[in-house]
Write a protein that binds this ligand. Structure first.
Ligand code: PHE
Length: 339
């Protein structure tokens, strides 16, 4: 057979099972394959044609190898899918999922507070004005409502908000329960902000509330120190700076000593040695009264933090958007207890 005939045969060949695959292999690639005669004939070819002839025969051989490999892979795959019809066989390639980094952080924070007697409470993401604002001592038209750019939803004549913080859940707990109250409220919250590496229109919070007789600012500080050291290591220090929230008085921002540079100063802590992680304060007596708790008998503290911020510090992820894009290449890097 000559080169043209074999080339035509190669293009028409039909391999549909293991047997035809083996026949093909023997004919074109085996130890006595049809190309051998063509190679042997090279010595009779005139010198000036040898180069072209050799290229053509080599071309045939490469094509045969290509067809063989492709057919083999195809057949392998059909066989695999045939095996999958047999449900008693183990699966070929079980894919194991990963935990979302924010879930890992949420679970760690919850278990840290559960160890000191806190319970978990949840509530709706679509809230009324009372639970998101009014009960929390935001008077109507008060400029403090602008601190948290709110998404409003109209339903009939009534206006609802996508909750801007999970403090709304704590209002619900206080309305239903008398002190002692120790609760943390994890959940998604919404704010009308342009999406960038540093801000998003939704994020996740864990807020905490402790109300009992004689709860003091010292209790708050000690609880926050315990939390910071459990999450970021026993060397971690905290610092409180005066701040303002309508629902707490006094209020403070909480910083932890920079865990990345051991407070020596780096670009993450902007060379201050400190990282801001949450807001906190003593629950304003107006809030207690609005929720039916006697402010003459009881005092309490509250705090609230963003999970993305904590995850950012623990996992050193700088772009917030990564948490909601759900790119598996990002997600599969996270494992429980890795940071
Ligand atoms: N609710 C506040 C916020 O979302 C956080 C906070 C909670 C501050 C409790 C003080 C006390 O920003």
């Amino acid at each position: 057979m000559n080169i043209q005939e074999l080339a035509a045969e190669l293009e028409q060949v039909s391999i549909h099972d293991a047997q035809t695959l083996e026949q093909f292999r023997i004919r074109f690639l085996g130890s006595k394959n049809v190309l051998k005669d063509l190679y042997a004939a090279i010595k009779d070819i005139p010198n000036e044609e040898k180069r072209v002839y050799g290229q053509q025969v080599n071309g045939l051989k490469e094509r045969a190898e290509q067809i063989y490999l492709e057919a083999k892979t195809d057949l392998g795959q059909t066989q695999k899918s045939v095996n999958q019809d047999d449900w008693s066989k183990p699966s070929e390639d079980p894919k194991v999922g990963a935990h979302h980094p924010l879930s890992l952080i949420r679970k760690e924070i919850i278990s840290t507070f559960k160890r000191i007697g806190f319970e978990v409470s949840e509530g709706p993401e679509i809230e009324d004005d009372w639970h998101n604002f009014s009960a929390l001592n935001f008077p109507p038209e008060h400029p403090a409502r602008d601190m948290q750019d709110t998404f409003f939803i109209e339903k009939g004549a009534q206006e609802f908000a996508l909750r801007t913080h999970t403090s709304s859940v704590q209002v619900r707990v206080m309305e239903q329960q008398q002190p002692p109250i120790r609760t943390i409220s994890p959940g998604r919250v919404y704010r009308n902000e342009a999406i960038s590496a540093r801000a998003h229109c939704f994020f996740h919070q864990v807020e905490g509330l402790y109300i009992d007789r004689g709860v003091s600012f010292a209790d708050l500080k000690q609880t926050l120190l315990y939390f910071a050291q459990e999450l970021f290591g026993s060397q971690t220090q905290i610092r409180l700076r005066p701040s303002y929230f309508p629902f707490t008085e006094p209020s403070a921002e909480v910083d932890i000593s920079c865990t990345l540079c051991a407070s020596k100063g780096c670009n993450v802590c902007k060379y201050t040695g400190w990282l801001e992680i949450m807001g906190c304060g003593m629950v304003d007596p107006n809030v207690l009264e609005a929720c039916g708790i006697d402010a003459n008998q009881f005092t309490g503290f509250a705090f609230g933090m963003g999970l993305e911020r904590i995850a950012q510090l623990k996992y050193r992820v700088t772009d917030l958007r990564l948490y909601s894009e759900n790119d598996v290449r990002f997600l599969k890097q996270f494992k429980p207890g890795m940071a």
